[in-house]
Ligand binder design. Structure first.
Ligand SMILES: Nc1ncnc2c1ncn2[C@@H]1O[C@H](COP(=O)(O)OP(=O)(O)OP(=O)(O)O)[C@@H](O)[C@H]1O
Ligand SMILES: [Mg+2]
Length: 600
């Protein structure tokens, strides 16, 4: 199972970051995204300081209330302290709520910016990137990885600083109130650090496993759902379910494993916290009876000790967040760093209005450095307004030639020229706007039929959309649908036949009124009568345009001005239908075979 297995491995790599927990290089590049929000972050920081202050102040107020006012039997003073304590709680609530609100807003904006940037980059990356990357993994980058980065960027670091301040503050206050009792209650700290260390180390592996296994579940699910037709056709439901059961159970176990760690860690911390409280109560209580410290100090100590452990728990959680964020950040940055293989040359100008001359000058091409050459020194010349045809066996390189005309890929050697202009020297968009392509595999977006036809030309009027549909011979079937042009196209265009999809794609290409029109098997799935009608319509449409028609059905291209026979990545014959028949080579052979089959 080469394909899916490989895919799962790539999925597995989603959350893997085997480097250190904190990577400065990644962090410093991510921090840049916070720059536009420095003011908001500053405000959140101030609020965090305020919340820290209130947290530290409240136990101290208790001490004062007990020692000075309860002990001193001063009712008005006590009331004042009650009011102060209430105000401190209110301040704590307001400042942490404000901080949370600001950070959440900043976080959502950073998230939006980062996703937009990623999508922009994905839009510009050449098809060779998209050829080799699994959609599910890319989606996971843009959604999940970005979200964990954001968690660290917007919340994590400020929580970290706040927790650190609280810990330091508590230590300092306790030491200054009573150094001996403070040191006694810190006795549990080494145990605490040990427990946290052990937990964090295990948690790192456990959480990585949950991320990997959930990516496997998603990958499996996505592939099986889109392949459901094949699964059912081959009655492989059982095997498919078995495979899903495996990844699903692995994910379940990984989650249970990770959770059990927390279930062990949290009570351990609770226990240590209780131990510290017991220590304070025992020694502190004796100190109070021995009149070495006041009751207020004891109460304040108990209160501080109970507050001591929450930041520690939070820090350990933060550690796992940081791990995920570093892993996610690494992947996201890798995507952003992927160079555009096909890019506009510096200072490239716009392609001037095209007349329609296409020239391949000893063009060689391979899809990837490690794969063999698909085109070998292909040279041909199509004049403006000519109707050229590419024929040849499956895998010969016809679609590849079409891809290079629109510069979806970069020729490995040689040059592709349009009107004598090297396609590498102009802006890609200015070139592609003037080239209409009806691809071999027609793709329709979810939306209405009219929207799909209008795709390359959003401002086109309804009348023009209809005209284009008529040209493509699609008007009749569209108007026969209950909702006509407003009919919604389902995902994968499931509610349209393959031939109907092709007709809509032809209308879409026709609407932009391109100088060069490439039809890649555009009529392969259309019955011969409709095809003949399209041929007639195209006859009108192609006037004054250059057309490149790729077809297996040779009847389609008999009246082309020039036919190129492609075989094994080379042009082996060229000429008109009659010339090629007279030549008695590959073309004649193909023609006779098709003719025989069709007349049998
Ligand atoms: N995106 C791609 N990545 C890698 N190799 C590719 C890619 N597309 C095509 N190829 C390879 O390039 C060769 C030529 O493919 P191409 O699609 O140009 O053939 P074709 O002549 O259009 O065939 P068909 O008549 O079946 O459409 C094939 O061997 C194919 O395996
Ligand atoms: Mg093809």
């Amino acid at each position: 199972m080469g394909g899916p297995g490989q895919m799962l491995d790539q999925f597995g790599a989603v959350g893997d970051h085997r480097g250190q927990a904190f990577d400065w290089q990644i962090a410093s590049r991510l921090i840049v995204y916070l720059r536009p929000y420095l003011r908001e972050l500053g405000a959140a920081f101030v609020l965090m300081l305020a919340a820290t202050g209130f947290t530290l102040l409240i136990p101290y107020l208790l001490k004062v209330a007990i020692d000075q006012y309860i002990g001193g039997q001063n009712a008005p003073g006590l009331l004042r302290m009650v009011v102060f304590t209430g105000a401190a709680y209110l301040g704590l609530y307001l400042s942490s709520a404000g901080q949370t609100y600001i950070l959440a807003r900043v976080g959502q904006r950073v998230l939006g910016n980062l996703r937009a940037q990623l999508f922009r980059h994905l839009n510009r990356l050449s098809l060779s990137y998209h050829d080799t990357h699994i959609v599910g993994v890319t989606v996971s980058r843009v959604m999940n990885d970005v979200a964990v980065i954001n968690e660290l960027l917007s919340q994590g670091w400020i929580t970290f600083i706040g927790d650190a301040f609280i810990l330091i503050g508590i230590v300092v206050i306790m030491l200054s109130m009573d150094a001996r009792l403070a040191l006694l209650s810190f006795l549990v700290l080494p145990l605490m650090v040990l427990a946290t260390y052990l937990f964090a180390r295990r948690a790192q592996a456990a959480f990585r496993e949950t991320r990997t296994s959930v990516a496997r579940v998603v990958g499996n699910l996505a592939e099986d759902i889109s392949g459901m037709r094949v699964i059912q056709a081959f009655a492989q439901e059982d095997a498919t379910q078995e495979r899903f059961r495996e990844v699903n159970e692995a994910n379940r176990d990984a989650n249970i494993n990770a959770m059990s760690l927390s279930f062990i860690y949290m009570p351990t911390i609770e226990f240590l916290s209780m131990l510290a409280t017991a220590v304070v109560l025992w020694f502190g209580g004796q100190a109070v009876t021995g009149q070495e410290i006041t009751l207020g100090v004891l109460v304040a100590f108990l209160s501080y000790v109970s507050r001591f452990f929450q930041p520690i728990q939070e820090l350990s959680r933060l550690y796992t967040t940081m791990q995920s964020a570093m892993a996610g950040g690494e992947q996201v940055l890798k995507l952003l760093d992927t160079p555009l293989e096909v890019d506009d040359a510096p200072g490239a100008g716009d392609m001037p209005p095209i007349r329609g001359e296409i020239e391949f000058d000893r063009v060689s091409f391979r899809y990837r450095p490690e794969t063999p050459e698909v085109l070998r020194e292909v040279s041909f010349h199509i004049l403006p307004g000519q109707r050229a045809a590419l024929v040849g066996p499956t895998g010969a390189g016809k679609t590849t030639i079409a891809n290079l005309v629109a510069r979806f890929y970069e020729a490995s050697a040689g040059a592709v020229r349009i009107d004598g202009v090297d396609v590498r020297s102009v802006k890609q968009q200015s070139l592609r706007r003037q080239v209409g392509i009806v691809p071999q595999d027609s793709f329709l977006f979810a939306g209405t039929i009219a929207e799909n036809i209008r795709f390359g030309c959003p401002e086109a009027t309804d009348a023009r959309v209809e005209e284009a549909a008529r040209m493509a011979n699609a008007h009749e079937f569209i108007t026969a649908l209950p909702d006509g042009y407003a009919t919604r196209v389902l995902e994968n265009a499931a509610n349209l036949s393959v031939g109907q999809r092709q007709l809509i794609c032809i209308a879409r290409a026709v609407l932009v009124n391109p100088r060069i029109l490439i039809l890649d098997e555009a009529t392969a799935n259309i019955d011969t009568v409709s095809e003949a009608l399209i041929q007639q319509a195209l006859g009108r449409l192609l006037e004054g345009r250059t057309a490149v028609i790729i077809a297996h059905r040779l009847s389609t291209i008999q009246n082309a001005d020039v036919i190129f026979v492609v075989e094994g990545g080379r042009i082996v014959e060229q000429g008109s239908h009659e010339e090629l028949l007279a030549l008695g080579g590959v073309y004649r052979n193909l023609y006779e075979k098709q003719f025989k089959i069709e007349t049998v």
